[in-house]
Design a protein around this ligand. Structure first.
Ligand code: ZN
Length: 409
């Protein structure tokens, strides 16, 4: 395939993927409206309205991104920017680093109007937003600084290795990226999370006693139980376990504690514990490693093909242009991989719900699920194809009936 044909293929893929995403959104909107038949409660009406608003926003975003990408492709702007950077800066490594910086900054700036609209219009309208303009701006600045401080040196290192061993870069990059995600998982809660949120030890009381009792019963070693001030950004609630190895740290969103009964919160933790005990965390980690290995190997193979960067207007093999072109060519496969991963995590959710029901009682799990779903205004009637493609968790009604029907022994 020559550069011209490859460019046309990328254009076709971009249009096809965007169209498919918009169609899924339209289907989900139609499906959600079936919940309005009869005499629905105010809560159901609000959940449908929230779904419709979000799907329209997602479609708009998809169309705008596709138009920007298509403009860049048709006008050959990727290649032009890369050549402009190359003539302004000395040295291939610094040229590539600067080009990636320009692209990342461009994406970041393009994304700002969307996140402003989502946070201060959509989430605010439905009563979820707690983010002040000040927090919003500080978050963005912290994000940029953190990105530059952490990713900058890593990228520089990888570009340097590429200049020495161009044919080996794919597996070195694979190892580097997996090492970084391992380190982030190990120190994320103690080092990165405190940069964005305040974490306080959960005070003495009924909740703490019941959590400790559950952990004791399940032979689960805890390092800390934290409460995170998530309510300064959003009223949505959650909880998670973090840490690598036998000793874990629990992080509870403050909104989870304020909106749920003590037994519901402990039930939610029982569910998170289930993920760990049933080996879900390990198996998903292995699956992601395997997938990323295949992707990097494919990229290493594709990198030797000059048409890849030439399709974006480059001259000969240019690592950074090949990277972008590969990402676009790969996007349909990425979408399929997402569907596969989501089907795995949805199955795991059922498993963790059953685990929690066994160790802490199904009534607490059911009431926690129902409250979580209504508080987060989940779509009361999602379209099956939308669920298949995007839902990492099954719809709450399915989870509740699964728990109700399960025989717990
Ligand atoms: Zn879960």
């Amino acid at each position: 395939m020559n550069a011209e044909q490859l460019r046309n293929l990328i254009i076709f893929i971009t249009v096809a993927v965007a169209t498919f995403k918009v169609v899924l959104n339209v289907l989900d909107v139609r499906s959600s409206r079936t919940a309005l038949i009869g005499s629905p409660s105010e809560e159901v009406k609000k959940a449908v309205e929230y779904t419709v608003t979000k799907r329209r926003f997602e479609s708009t975003n998809t169309v705008i991104s596709a138009v920007v990408v298509l403009t860049f492709l048709v006008l050959g702007l990727y290649g032009q920017i890369q050549q402009a950077v190359s003539s302004a800066i000395e040295g291939q490594i610094w040229q590539d680093l600067f080009f990636l910086l320009v692209m990342a900054l461009g994406l970041f700036i393009l994304g700002i109007p969307g996140s402003v609209y989502k946070t201060f219009v959509i989430e605010a309208k439905f009563g979820f937003n707690r983010t002040t303009v000040k927090t919003f701006i500080i978050d963005r600045i912290r994000g940029i600084v953190l990105g530059v401080v952490i990713l900058g040196p890593i990228l520089l290192g990888l570009l340097w290795i590429y200049s020495l061993l161009p044919n080996q870069i794919w597996w070195i990059a694979f190892l580097a990226i997996n090492l970084i995600s391992f380190i982030t998982a190990a120190i994320g809660t103690s080092v990165i999370l405190p940069l964005f949120n305040k974490l306080k030890e959960l005070p003495e009381g009924e909740l703490r006693d019941k959590i400790l009792a559950l952990c004791e019963k399940q032979n689960y070693k805890l390092k800390r139980i934290y409460v995170m001030d998530s309510s300064k950004r959003s009223s949505k609630s959650n909880a998670f376990f973090s840490g690598i190895g036998k000793t874990k740290t629990i992080v509870l969103f403050d909104s989870l504690i304020s909106k749920h009964t003590v037994d519901e919160v402990v039930g939610v933790l029982g569910h998170e514990m289930g993920h760990d005990k049933l080996g879900h965390i390990r198996s998903m980690l292995l699956l992601n490693m395997l997938q990323s290995f295949i992707i990097f190997a494919l990229f290493g193979w594709a990198l030797q093909e000059p048409a890849l960067s030439e399709a974006l207007g480059g001259n000969g093999i240019q690592l950074v242009l090949s990277l972008i072109a590969f990402g676009m060519l790969f996007s349909p496969i990425n979408f399929l991989l997402g569907i596969f991963d989501n089907s795995m995590t949805r199955r795991n959710e059922h498993g963790a719900d059953i685990f929690a029901s066994k160790v802490y009682g199904k009534e607490h799990i059911i009431s926690a699920l129902q409250r979580l779903s209504s508080d987060n205004l989940a779509n009361p009637a999602p379209h099956p194809l939308y669920v298949l493609a995007y839902y990492s968790h099954p719809p709450a009604s399915k989870r509740v009936s699964h728990v109700q029907e399960a025989k717990l022994v």
